[in-house]
Design a protein around this ligand. Structure first.
Ligand code: SF4
Length: 308
């Protein structure tokens, strides 16, 4: 009946049935809603998920995340159908660079290499020399023979990398609007409230926030740190979805979000209902043109060679 209320259990059952029927794997980024993380086959960061999914024999990948992440899955799994439940789920950081503006910057600095953070479109990856993640950005930049590096699109990550390398970095004016909301006062207040806690932040945060942290780690790095470090309390400077995962995996430890502002609205667009609809209708398919895919794959492969 139209407008009838259906609870989570209804959608979970439907998802489970469809996932089997369609031979699908469901991936949830660490910033997804808790209930979406709970039904996923794999939870993690965007590249980790895409790499793992490529190794499975699933025929369909449902990527619960934002557009560029589903594109990465399509780049690494050309033989699989890649779906995103909510096509409007974009990433403002990835949208802060266009292929035209990158080409213009390359003309300004023809001697520079282009390093592109994975939070970018397939087209921008294809136009870059090498990709990087927040885990390996310093290693990737240091591996280049060029002294000058155009670092796109995240200025905060670039500025953090610049504090750890002798390379000459040319920054891009891009930023994650969610991580940008964390200000130094938030960290100071959180530390006052939880004096025994360590502060762990993502490098998409501003440099003045990073400088106040005990550790600067990617989401995967935070997951590992939370599990292995002999500490009981952590102030988390990244999106709220990760706190859900940390608390679930470490029930005896305490995690505090650095500020309640750390919510990415795009990541929260995906719901159980949208995942079920996506599987039922086999929507919305992500297709990366083959020419772009091959070049983008090359930038990713080059990064994997450096970091493995
Ligand atoms: Fe993009 Fe930031 Fe949201 Fe990640 S948290 S998807 S970088 S806007």
């Amino acid at each position: 009946m139209k407008g009838e209320y259906k609870d989570d259990r209804f959608y979970i059952e439907k998802i489970n049935q469809l996932r089997k029927e369609k031979r699908a794997i469901i991936l949830a980024h660490n910033y997804q809603r808790g209930e979406v993380q709970d039904i996923a086959d794999l939870t993690g960061d965007s590249l980790e998920l895409s790499r793992k999914a490529a190794k499975t024999d699933a025929e369909v990948i449902v990527f619960c995340g934002v557009n560029f992440m589903a594109e990465s899955a399509a780049i690494l799994s050309p033989g699989k159908v890649v779906l995103i439940p909510v096509p409007e789920a974009g990433c403002p950081l990835a949208d802060m660079i266009t292929i035209k503006s990158l080409k213009a910057r390359k003309l300004e600095y023809p001697e520079a290499a282009v390093v592109c953070y994975v939070n970018s479109s397939a087209e921008v990856k294809a136009e870059s020399d090498i990709c990087c993640t927040s885990t390996n950005a310093i290693q990737v930049v240091n591996s280049l023979k060029e002294d000058k590096v155009i670092f796109v699109p995240d200025e905060n990550l670039g500025r953090y990398v610049a504090t750890q390398t002798d390379k000459n970095l040319i920054f891009w004016k891009g930023f994650c609007p969610t991580h940008y909301l964390v200000v130094p006062e938030d960290i100071v207040k959180a530390k006052e409230k939880h004096p025994r806690a360590k502060v762990v932040v993502h490098p998409e945060c501003r440099l003045d926030v990073i400088m106040l942290a005990d550790e600067v780690l990617s989401t995967g790095g935070i997951v590992k740190y939370a599990k292995e470090a002999a500490i009981k309390e952590i102030i988390v400077g990244t999106e709220i979805g990760l706190v859900y995962r940390l608390q679930k995996e470490n029930p005896t430890k305490k995690f505090y979000l650095a500020t309640e502002k750390l919510i990415c609205p795009n990541m929260k667009l995906t719901t159980l209902e949208k995942v079920a609809d996506s599987l039922e209708r086999m929507e919305h398919r992500i297709i990366v043109p083959e020419e772009v895919r091959i070049k983008a794959r090359h930038s990713l492969d080059r990064m994997l060679e450096v970091s493995s």
